[in-house]
Design a protein around this ligand. Structure first.
Ligand code: ATP
Ligand code: MG
Length: 404
């Protein structure tokens, strides 16, 4: 027996999600003597670190069919999300819980795995990516740590379970996950052995599906400060396999500084130097995300907008769109105070609306294409006036335009 066959024992204090009746109902349904379920993965890691859990995952030695039967017998709903990988989504108290049968990956090709179910908790932990992600906890909080993950989590070491090169050969997404977890949980420099294995296998990222890369990239970019990790990825020749380029790291850094809470898509806009279309296609971005990126790119501003400029941004793009555009421009010049003023104005100015409408023009006797032309013309005039004229003045202008 190696030291690791004897799991070290930690007791975690149960966070709210673990005592929540919705989770307890799933645990109770699955608690069959000899087949007791545990909490696994990120929720256990985060509980030990005093952080919130994104989702609560449960593992069980029960086969998926038995899981479904147990849930049904307890009166709980479920969705057979991925039976071939052993995953059933339990529904309890309006919430979802992923219940996954203990498994080992028997065949891997760098992208997918063929799995085999097992009753061995340690084997299930061994197929997971990082030691801090390989923890499991009994419903009373007793943590099973087969690979030193508790200490690694507490000390900010993102470390592969087993040999990094081999684990990356099984699934190249783990390269990106390594940096994602380092950005969120790492302290100091990334593990050198893992880093060189990631660099050596970076080409494997090219063969991954866009959806998988997208999810990890956006989570990486959502870290409090993704810049140091991205810099390492660029230096190691990995960034270009994700984005097609190293990216504008200085601008990303500027954005983190001027707008710490910016969302990952805005951060991506800051990072991207090249065209949006190939990146959107590669990452399978939604049409909405793609259009947002393209719009941000098209409207790049060198200088902070003045008051009228802010009103125009608000008019054209709404409050969120105006805020994004000012933040992005500011990111390229974080020392310029004028952007701060513009951003403050964009937060408090009312969103302007053109004070006249098509029916005002119809009322003046115009019809057909002339209506649209007059509207476009009065809008141009109104914008030229700093988006200030009110309804009476705008109607007056319309009458002039209509020759009335
Ligand atoms: P988050 O809080 O961001 O959701 P998480 O740890 O729950 O973090 P997930 O991506 O949701 O991360 O994955 C859940 C668990 O499944 C991980 O903790 C890990 O044990 C395992 N896992 C997920 N993807 C992989 C992978 N590609 N290779 C190995 N193990 C993985
Ligand atoms: Mg998760």
């Amino acid at each position: 027996m190696t030291a690791y066959d004897m799991p070290s024992h930690h007791l975690m204090s149960l966070p709210g999600w673990a005592t929540d009746p919705a989770a307890r109902a799933v645990i109770a349904a699955l608690s069959i003597p000899g087949f007791d379920p545990r909490f696994v993965g990120g929720c256990v890691r985060n509980a030990l670190l005093g952080r919130d859990a994104a989702d609560v995952d449960i593992a069980t030695p029960l086969r998926p069919e038995a899981v479904m039967t147990a849930l049904r017998n307890a009166g709980l709903g479920f969705i057979p999300t991925g039976l071939e990988h052993g995953t059933v989504t339990a529904r309890s108290g309006g919430k979802s819980f992923e219940v996954t049968t203990l498994r080992v990956d028997v065949e891997t090709d760098g992208r997918h795995a063929v799995v085999e179910f097992t009753a061995d908790w340690r084997a299930d932990a061994a197929r997971r990516d990082f030691t801090m992600n390989a923890l499991s906890a009994e419903p009373d909080g007793a943590v099973h740590d087969y690979f030193g993950g508790v200490a690694d989590a507490r000390e900010g070491r993102v470390r592969f379970v087993g040999d990094p090169a081999q684990r990356i050969a099984e699934d190249a997404l783990r390269i990106l996950r390594f940096f994602r977890f380092h950005a969120h949980y790492g302290q100091g420099d990334p593990d050198p052995a893992a880093l060189s294995a990631c660099a050596a296998a970076a080409g494997g990222l090219d063969r991954l599906s866009g959806e998988r890369v997208r999810a990890e990239l956006l989570k990486l970019l959502a870290a409090p400060d993704p810049v140091p990790v991205w810099q390492v990825m660029a230096d190691a020749g990995i960034a270009r396999h994700v984005l097609g380029e190293d990216g504008d790291i200085a601008r990303l850094q500027g954005l983190v500084r001027v707008a710490p809470g910016a969302d990952p898509v805005l951060r991506l806009a800051a990072l991207l130097r090249g065209d949006v279309a190939p990146v959107a296609a590669r990452l399978k971005l939604s049409n909405e995300e793609r259009d947002r990126l393209a719009g941000l790119r098209a409207d790049a501003m060198a200088d902070a907008p003045d008051e009228a400029g802010v009103r125009l941004l608000l008019y054209r793009h709404g409050r969120g769109g105006a805020r994004d555009r000012i933040r992005l421009a500011w990111a390229a010049a974080p020392k310029r105070r004028s952007f701060k003023r513009a951003l403050a104005a964009a937060e408090k100015e009312p969103v302007p609306t053109l004070p006249v409408r098509g029916r005002d023009i119809v009322a003046l006797g115009l019809s057909g294409p002339a209506v649209g032309r007059a509207l476009a013309e009065v809008e141009r005039w109104w914008i030229g006036q700093g988006l200030r004229p009110g309804r009476a003045e705008s109607l007056g202008r319309l009458r002039e335009l209509a020759g009335a």
